[in-house]
Design a protein around this ligand. Structure first.
Ligand code: GLN
Length: 272
């Protein structure tokens, strides 16, 4: 089977409610990088009008950040069969990238600065609490080393060096991990809670992070990992993605590392 005979469907969670800080860039990056290699791509918004069957039909899931009020609206909608469909997808290894408000929803609960606790889907064993409006938000550039073991290995196999991600965080909520593995270790910034040095979470093939940026254009090899993982799962065959010219993205990453004065080993060699 060649790439023109293969397709992926990107499920985009609540585009109108959950797209703060340009997280739609993650959808565009997966879409373009798959299309440039000849794969057919469909972007399917998953929102209040969607059914559980539509959630079941997607090959990769993207969820962006949201304000507390929007998170509440989403959680009221993501119940019953739709919640079960999401749970099944993630448990069965559908890859996804979930930013900021989205991991809070996939966790056990989120306590906003005002109002009631919002119960999460309980897929990721983590809790998030906003300590109140008098506590400083976590805002600024973020650099992490991916430490989630299988993901770190697979990314390293793709890029030939230890995987570091660059992004931008802006959140009031502080996340504490339960039994779930962290996505990475904070090299620069605050991450999950500014205390324990963890950032994000990794479960099955779901990447959860506080990193906007958006994440994928800044770290395109992660988009390639999502595409590769989605295609392998769907077609049950070895998939080797063709190389793209990522010179500009690599230069952008290097400029950022330099600006933040983080010295990382072999960062120049991050082409896929
Ligand atoms: N409402 C959440 C918080 O402030 C998420 C914010 C976001 O997605 N940027 O923690």
């Amino acid at each position: 089977m060649n790439s023109g005979e293969m397709s992926i469907t990107i499920g985009w969670l609540y585009p109108k409610l959950m797209s703060t800080y340009g997280d739609r860039g993650n959808v565009i990056t997966i879409e373009r990088r798959a299309q440039w290699r000849g794969y057919n791509v469909t972007v399917l918004p998953l929102d209040q009008n969607s059914t559980a069957d539509e959630i079941k039909s997607v090959d990769v899931i993207v969820g962006g950040g949201a304000q507390d009020r929007q998170q509440e609206i989403v959680m009221r909608d993501l119940q019953g069969a739709k919640a079960e469909a999401m749970r099944d997808k993630i448990e069965n290894g559908t890859p996804g990238v979930f930013t900021c408000g989205s991991p809070q929803l996939l966790g056990n609960y989120y306590e906003p600065a005002f109002g009631q606790r919002i119960e999460g889907l309980g897929i990721l064993d983590l809790v998030s609490i906003h300590p109140g409006e008098n506590t400083k938000r976590c805002i600024g550039n973020l650099v992490i080393e991916v430490t989630a073991s299988r993901l770190a290995q697979e990314l390293e196999a793709m890029i030939g060096t230890k995987p570091y991600l660059v992004g931008f965080e802006n959140h009031g909520g502080r996340t504490k991990l339960g039994k779930v593995e962290a996505l990475g270790r904070v090299v620069y910034g605050l991450g999950n809670n500014g205390e324990d040095g963890t950032e994000g979470a990794f479960y099955q093939n779901a990447i959860a992070t506080y990193s906007h940026g958006p994440l994928l254009p800044k770290n395109p090899f992660v988009a390639d990992w999502l595409i590769q993982t989605a295609l392998r799962l769907k077609y049950q065959q070895e998939i080797k993605l063709t190389t793209l010219d990522d010179t500009l993205a690599t230069q952008g990453r290097e400029a950022m590392f330099k600006k933040l004065k983080v010295n990382l080993p072999n960062i120049a060699n991050t082409k896929v």
